[in-house]
Design a protein around this ligand. Structure first.
Ligand code: GLP
Length: 241
């Protein structure tokens, strides 16, 4: 694991953008694996700024997101579709047909999982951006998820629903299920960039660095991946050192 320590959120976001831009400059038709949550918002703002200032084009770029809630309409302001549109896609020249998220409002969710996994295989991800849940989840792979799982339906733990409740009118409104890339799907990515910022992530980062590799702590699977960069700020690293 390559660990990059930065003082704070702004520096983390800028450095993450540099990592993404270097992949965009190398690959002819790059495939970006993208994440939602508060953590990558600064990264997306940096990519937008670069697009506006330097004209970096996304016309050849394909994006594949980690996950989506089940039961929220795509147009719901809290859907991950809406999040990506608002925080990234509508500001870039990426082609809407090249942006992909699981469809959580389809009638046949199981079939959607198979379609999504096939999509990942057709478009191998050059770099996958990850946040980390306080319980070590990546995407929506909650503790106990077998490392071999591909895209699947998952029940959100109450701690994850609590953590995400800040975006919803009340906890009852937070969906109970999601479609997520599995751990095996994430591990297919050529490179992985995990971002962590703030004291809230300090315990998870400490556990990630403890060396334990266990399905009880999903992010620990990353020790098995050959090209992982952990980009974390002082607060996120405060318990690890
Ligand atoms: C959600 C997402 C994850 C994300 C996590 C942490 O559960 N499914 O992909 O990493 O939240 O979010 P945040 O960055 O807001 O702390």
């Amino acid at each position: 694991m390559n660990i990059i320590r930065v003082p704070g959120y702004e520096q983390m976001s800028r450095k993450a953008a540099e990592c993404i831009l270097s992949v965009l400059n190398q690959a002819g038709s790059p495939v970006l694996g993208l994440a939602t949550g508060s953590t990558p918002k600064g990264l997306y703002a940096e990519l937008i700024l670069d697009h506006q200032k330097n004209g970096t084009s996304y016309k050849q770029v394909t994006t594949i997101n980690l996950d989506e809630y089940i039961g929220l309409p795509v147009s719901d302001p809290n859907s991950y579709h809406s999040f990506m549109e608002q925080h990234l896609f509508c500001h870039l020249d990426v082609l809407p047909s090249n942006t992909h998220l699981p469809n959580g409002e389809t009638a046949d969710v199981k079939k959607e999982c198979d379609r999504y996994e096939a999509l990942i295989d057709q478009h191998p991800i050059d770099i996958q951006v990850l946040g980390i849940g306080q319980n070590g989840h990546i995407g929506f792979n909650e503790p106990g998820t077998p490392f071999g799982r591909t895209t699947h339906i998952t029940a959100l733990t109450s701690s994850t629903r609590q953590a995400n409740a800040r975006f919803f009118p009340s906890i009852e409104d937070v969906p109970k299920q999601a479609i997520t890339m599995g751990i095996a799907s994430i591990m297919k990515s050529r490179n992985i960039l995990l971002l962590a910022s703030g004291f809230k992530k300090a315990e998870a980062i400490k556990r990630l660095f403890s060396g334990e590799i266990s399905e009880a702590f999903p992010a620990s699977v990353l020790h098995h991946h050959p090209h992982v960069t952990i980009l974390a700020d002082d607060e996120a690293l405060s318990s690890a050192t």
